[in-house]
Design a protein around this ligand. Sequence first.
Ligand code: ADE
Ligand code: ZN
Length: 341
Amino acid sequence: MTPTFFDKIAGAPKAELHIHIEGSLEPELIFKLAQRNGVRLPYESIEALRAAYAFTDLQSFLDIYYAGASVLLHEQDFYDMTMAYVERALADNVVHTEIFFDPQTHTERGVAIETVVAGIERALADGEKRGLSSKLILCFLRHLSEESALATFEAALPLFDQYAHRLVGVGLDSSEQGNPPSKFARVFAKARERGLKLVAHAGEEGPPAYVEQALDLLKVDRIDHGVRSIESPTLVKRLADTRIALTVCPLSNLKLCVFDDLKQHTLKSLLAQGVAVTINSDDPAYFGGYVNTNYLATVEALGLADAEVYTIIRNGFEASFVTPAARDALLAKLDAYWRSH
Ligand code: ADE
Ligand code: ZN
C-alpha cells in the first residue's frame, strides 16, 4: 500500500449514507453540553467516558450512546453537534451526506421534535453553503413499540412538508435482535404512501431473514449494514440483481464485534458478487473514525484495489437520494478526480 493511494482515497469526493448524528457527539462536546445544560453524567471525566467505549455487542454500545445523547436539550445543542459533523465531513472530502436522527431519543426526554430538526437543519444549511449537500432521514427506534413509531411519524408529518428539501426518508435502528422489521410494516407503509424514501438497519447482528423482511415487508430502498446477508447465497444474488445498496460501516462492525478482525470483513466478497456496497462511519465518535478512516482501514485490511475503491465510492453516489441531475453531477466530479489522480 503506497501513501499515494491513501492520499488519493482521502482526497476523493465521497458520499456518506449511514451516519447517526447522535453518534457524531465527541466526548469533549458531550461534556461541554452537559456543563452548559446542567446535565449530570455518570462519568467523571472525558477520559472516563472514552474508557467506557469498549463494546462487546450492539446493545453495550447503545446503552452508552443513549446516555451521551441525554445532554442535548436546546436547538443550539443540535446545531453544535451537527456543525461539528459537517466540519469533519468537509475535512474528509464528503460532498454529499444522508444523516440519520433518532427523534424518540429526544422526545422521550421532553425535547420537541421541532427543536431537534430546526437545530440540525440550520447546521446543514450552513454546510450546504460550504459545499456539503445533505439529506435527513428520521429513524424509528425498533426497541420501542409500533405505537410509539406511529405517534412519532404523525408528529413529524408537518416537518416532512416544512423541510421537504431535506427530510426525505425514514429508517429503522437500535436493538436489532428480537425486533424484526415486520414490527414496523404499518408505519413504513404510511411513509411509503407519502412518497418518502425508506431504509432499515438489517443483518447487522440479525439474520439474513431480517434483511429479506426489510425488502419484502418494508420495501426499503437501501439496507443499512446488511453484512450478514452473505450467509444466504440467494439473498446475495437478490441484492446484486436488484442493486439495493448496503451501507456498510466497517469500523462499527469491528468495534461491535460483528467481526473479530477487519481482515475477516465480508465487504470485499459482497462487492465481488455484485452487491452495491458503500463505506460509511455509522457512529464515528464511538467507533474510532470518520469516513476516511473507515476507507483507509478497510483498504488496508482487505487489500482493496484502485478499481474496487472507485466502485465503492461510485456506489455511494448512485445509491444516494438526490435527483438524477444532482447524481450525474456528483458522479462527473468523482470521475474527473479519479482520472486525474
Ligand atoms: N443506532 C446508532 N448506531 C446504530 C447501529 N450501528 N445499529 C443500530 N442502531 C444504531
Ligand atoms: Zn447505524
